[in-house]
Ligand binder design. Sequence first.
Ligand code: FAD
Ligand code: NDP
Length: 432
Amino acid sequence: MGRAFVYVILGGGVAAGYAALEFARRGGYSRGELCIISEEAVAPYERPALSKGYLLPEGAARLPGFHTCVGSGDELLTTKWYKEQGIELVLGTRVISADVRRKTLLTGTGETISYKTLIIATGARALKLQEFGIKGSDASNICYLRNIDDADKLVNVMKSCPGGNAVVIGGGYIGMECAAALVTNKIRVTMVFPEKHCMGRLFTVKIAEYYENYYTSKGVTFVKGTVLTSFEKDTSGKVTAVILKDGRHLPADMVVVGIGIRANTSLFEGQLVMSMENGGIKVNGQLQTSDSSVYAVGDVAAFPIKLFDGDIRRLEHVDSARRTARHAVASILEPSKTRDIDYLPFFYSRVFTLSWQFYGDNVGEVVHFGDFTGSNPRFGAYWVNKGRIAGAYLEGGSRDEYEAISVAVRRKAKVTNMAELERQGLSFAIQE
Ligand code: FAD
Ligand code: NDP
């Protein structure tokens, strides 16, 4: 039993949705030649909504409202749109093995799907506490957040304990955004993470301090520099307390875990060249893997960043998923007209009424600027490497100001005097 397509997109997340839109815009396929295979039961959606709008106590975002590609102000691609475009959606279907030499994929239902060109958009999976040897971490009130089923569980668990206590494990993106959502839902939050401060991979001590103080003012308690070792449970198996390495017991009606992800590369290990240091599938500037018929995009792809002198990076952010997906389709349909991707890394987050953006790389010496006080702050930082701006962060900026810092990073603006850069602050980027 089997079906044959010219183009197969494996995975039905953010990158898949943007790849489909690019195929439709370029019109490079005939009806029935292109399919998306996804383990998820719904058409591609904007995953960032799951930790923001989806968790709001009132007026929460729900599908079909946030299918791709509304996140970038583009069309809303509903299942009807895919049908009209002649793109087959093979949903609720997990691919269990891939044969790159034969150009086939085997699904969990026993179907073999063949392709001429494959785009791997399998994204990543949330790391589980079990992987760190924590027993009993499959309790019904322990929540992860990667897909819409996880988000539904989180909403239900949250609603089951109004005014209760949540312990959030992990001080990264999921931890910070979920903690804010829980507080907004009137749940008391304690955040536990091993680092000295939140968002350790990006924030400086000074930036982290602002957000930690802000969260504290909203009632969040921080327990830093330690990890959990086990859970206390009631007779129904629900967690009632989290036990930390330092011996403390934190009462818990629910637990949210955000301790990082692993790229979903396993189907292709041993068949395609991997980027060991980045934990992803290695691709070139056309997003092409070591097999010329296979492309990889989004969270699973490790690709060269021209701006960083061709350094290979695997990014775990939505803008990169959207752009690599579109670029791969351009490369496939118009290879001679498509140059190597020239991507400027861009991360952002929104919590409570706060909102920040970051561009580039957080390497080199840091210079902070702006007002780090109050609930409507406007502050930021530049990372200066070898006398040039390598990265820039801004909280509370306007559209023009974000644009200005992105241009400064893109142009690698020259810095001759660090004290002067600090004095100028945001004006430095605006004047550039
Ligand atoms: P995904 O969107 O994860 O899609 C992967 C797809 O592949 C899924 O549909 C999955 O089911 C499918 N799949 C995997 N393996 C198989 C298989 N074997 N068979 C069939 N299907 C398979 N980034 C930001 O920049 N800003 C944000 O504010 C932000 N918020 C986020 C909030 C949450 C809750 C999460 C989880 C992520 C957030 N991100 C954010 C990160 C961003 O969503 C990801 O970078 C982006 O989704 C990556 O897109 P992708 O298509 O590569 O992977
Ligand atoms: P992150 O990598 O952002 O953060 C993981 C956090 O968990 C870190 O603080 C890490 O500390 C900590 N941690 C690791 N192991 C343990 C442990 N055993 N016990 C306790 N804490 C631990 O991952 P998230 O899970 O927060 O996010 C998952 C993905 O979702 C990421 O790809 C992220 O980019 C994406 N996302 C992005 C958003 C955005 O861009 N706005 C919003 C939401 C999700 P350490 O660094 O010391 O390992």
